[in-house]
Design a protein around this ligand. Sequence first.
Ligand SMILES: NC(=O)C1=CN([C@@H]2O[C@H](COP(=O)(O)OP(=O)(O)OC[C@H]3O[C@@H](n4cnc5c(N)ncnc54)[C@H](OP(=O)(O)O)[C@@H]3O)[C@@H](O)[C@H]2O)C=CC1
Ligand SMILES: O=C(O)C1=N[C@H](C(=O)O)C[C@H](O)C1
Length: 248
Amino acid sequence: MKLAIHGYGATGHYVEELAPAEVVAVIDQTKSAEKIPSYQTVSELTEEVDAIIDFSHPSLLPDLLAYGLKTKTPLVIATTGFSEAELQTIKDASTEIPIFQSYNMSFGIAMMQQLLQVLVPLASSFDIELLEKHHNQKVDAPSGTAELLLRTIQELRDVQPVYERESTREKRQASEIGMHSMRGGTIFGEHEVLFAGVDELIEIKHTALSKKVFASGAIKAAEALIQKSAGLYTLETLYSQEDSHVTN
Ligand SMILES: NC(=O)C1=CN([C@@H]2O[C@H](COP(=O)(O)OP(=O)(O)OC[C@H]3O[C@@H](n4cnc5c(N)ncnc54)[C@H](OP(=O)(O)O)[C@@H]3O)[C@@H](O)[C@H]2O)C=CC1
Ligand SMILES: O=C(O)C1=N[C@H](C(=O)O)C[C@H](O)C1
């Protein structure tokens, strides 16, 4: 498989580290790779690749989709922070090319999604709050994963997100879901769903211990994607057959 990395930042670098033989091009406005052909924008890419893995910035989406559509290149889009309109452009493009889009690439978050399917209906009398913590370089809040988890919960219960409680002077409503973001240091990414009942709590928490978990998920997504026809593929499709082996 021949891959291009779009966004050669912290996570993009791990894609190269985990798949050195497969990465044949790097695209980033300010950074280039030592031994791999590097381009500032995706429109300059001349290497033929089987898929592009994107860990960059939402502002680069139009160019990325235009390139994918023009060259019929499958896209793995891992960038977060898209507007509804931008997500719609991804959906539209996926009618012509295979696109994998997920705000989280880890098996752990895929499992958390499954747990929510069971727990949200079971804990129908519990209040739900969502907490996420990330490093101080993150530009979007709440995290994409928090939005992903929120959407899953909303499919199961009619709840409305509340992003701040400051000066509301009102009690929490049962139909609310509090969304809390913390930023600091080098936290790779923590997501916790808190179910608060009367005199008892259930907490489901996922902690990423390295950015590698996201890079390896994206490579796995690319491997799966290049076998597919046009369509929009998500985290659930990636890990549906996963076993739980642990290796480094
Ligand atoms: N789906 C998932 O599992 C994961 C998603 N992500 C998402 O991927 C994205 C990248 O994350 P991460 O690698 O940690 O971030 P980094 O900031 O380390 O990397 C982003 C890269 O994109 C470049 N970039 C940013 N803005 C622009 C711009 N306007 N024009 C051109 N290049 C730009 C950056 O260049 P420069 O440094 O010069 O700004 C950098 O090289 C984020 O949206 C993040 O939330 C991250 C991890 C997991
Ligand atoms: O920016 C990050 O680092 C991460 N971003 C994704 C998100 O916004 O959910 C995934 C992961 O948590 C790391």
